[in-house]
Design a protein around this ligand. Sequence first.
Ligand SMILES: Nc1ncnc2c1ncn2[C@@H]1O[C@H](COP(=O)(O)OP(=O)(O)OP(=O)(O)O)[C@@H](O)[C@H]1O
Ligand SMILES: [Mg+2]
Length: 212
Amino acid sequence: MFELRDIRHDYDGSEVLRVAAWRATQGEQWLMLGPSGSGKTTLLHILAGILRPSAGSAMVAGEDLAAMPAAKLDRFRGAHIGIVLQRLHLVDSLSVMDNLLLAQWLAGAAQDRARAREVLAGLDLADKADARPHELSFGQAQRVAVARAVVNRPRLLLADEPTSNLDDVRCAQVLELLQAQAAACGATLVIATHDQRVKSRVPNQYLLEAAA
Ligand SMILES: Nc1ncnc2c1ncn2[C@@H]1O[C@H](COP(=O)(O)OP(=O)(O)OP(=O)(O)O)[C@@H](O)[C@H]1O
Ligand SMILES: [Mg+2]
């Protein structure tokens, strides 16, 4: 589903990340583990096509992200990749429903309110469609971010530290939610985290070493 080869990333000339090879097949669920500063967020952004690596190739769903023009990459990301970032980046001037419709629009997809409603219902948010993000609890807002990430039925679902600020019960719930939503779309799931609690709960693990 994706294949990374000889990836390297530098910020201002200093190397923060090196990945010799990592491949995942469609529907697999992965944890990306590593200490703080080891490059997890950087690598997640590379997988999402938000950041171009300094060197190496990142193939996602048969496409070489590095070779894709920016406008095509934006559409490709919207259509095939769902992302839940640590800061949720919900649009606060829009309702929950409109945040989901915006994600469809950005992907170049037709507006599909029925699909948006179905996803919200599946995440126990049916009664929050008209709420603004700031009117929600953190857990609800996080579920809206998950809803937005899966509304276009992505092939790749990425989450950055989705559990690090949560108590044990919430941690397990969010993990199960991401796993269930990925399974429902047949998406490959990658969760970047340093949260040791989730370690035994996801079948595949990729470990990033601390930067030299
Ligand atoms: N935009 C940037 N400019 C310069 N350096 C950066 C930038 N983003 C990250 N870095 C550096 O790159 C390294 C890897 O950062 P990254 O955020 O990918 O790590 P991480 O594994 O996600 O850490 P954490 O577990 O704390 O979230 C760090 O040393 C960080 O300081
Ligand atoms: Mg990080």
